[in-house]
Design a protein around this ligand. Sequence first.
Ligand SMILES: [Zn+2]
Length: 341
Amino acid sequence: MPFHHIIGHQRPIKWLQTAVKINHLGHAYLFHGEPAIGKRYTAMALTQLLHCEHRQNDSTPDACGTCRSCHQVEQAIHPDCLLIQPEEGQKQNPKIKIDQIRAIEHLVIYRPLVGSHKICLIDDADTMTIEAANALLKTLEDPPDHCLFLLISSRPEHLLPTIRSRCIALRFAPLPIHDIDAFLTQHTSMKSNDTTLVSAFSEGRLGQALRLDPEELKIKLRQYWALLFGEPLTSAAQVFDMSESLVKANQVPEAIYWFQQALRDVLLLALDESKTPMFYRDQVHTIQQLAKQITPSAIIELLQELHQLERGHQRNLNMQIRLEQFFFHLQDHLDLVSTHE
Ligand SMILES: [Zn+2]
């Protein structure tokens, strides 16, 4: 995937193209930003550019994307490139191990066969074991001239500071939702309503958008809307049952996520009634009613409470009682029942 196929990220791409054009590329870069946002695609595009047999050399240098070298880079079999990533098959907390980093030594001994650089791309670089990180550090301290290291991470704070300080950091920001919508419209067979729905849930991450299934999203939307604003909220007994079953099914984090999106929609319309809900678009009429019933400050309080619940869950606090409290506070604002008995 050459640069001209990548959606967004103009700033880091322009930076890299300029560095290539004026022959001023550094030895090591750290591409950081949210997961599934386009960091690895950009690293692959730079790798293709430096090895392409028909490279475009105008003001925006780019690979052709179709020559033998470009294909080899895309398939991670180019002789001058090495792709390192956490080893497959490790179920929990996959790591990059020292043996994988040692393979770099073999890569960098000789000058490149085809392009200008030997390139080592390390994806999820923050998963290196301490031994692997120290081994990489040694290479980064004195890198051969023809070598380029591209480290990719969504958790750069987990990298050794000594590694970070040897890399030029390029930040990748989330994409505008309309860019994701446009990409899905052009490159997938999704229906128009579905591209809007999926892009709203993508958090500005194209990789995430491509993984989401609109039909699954619609099922969750119906399920959690019914829990939050449906029948269960009208009686205390049902609130107890619902809270208990969410905890027992280990569904609390998921429920918090979907409740947050629902309240964000209500807040959006409470602040500006001409807006369209972002997530629960099928519930527009109910959301309009709710937006008149609950004040923006009350919605913000409920959102803060959900945020506290999220943090409580991470700390294993008693979630059932906290969930019940949240539902009762929501009840108070909606004036659904006069008492909690
Ligand atoms: Zn090419």
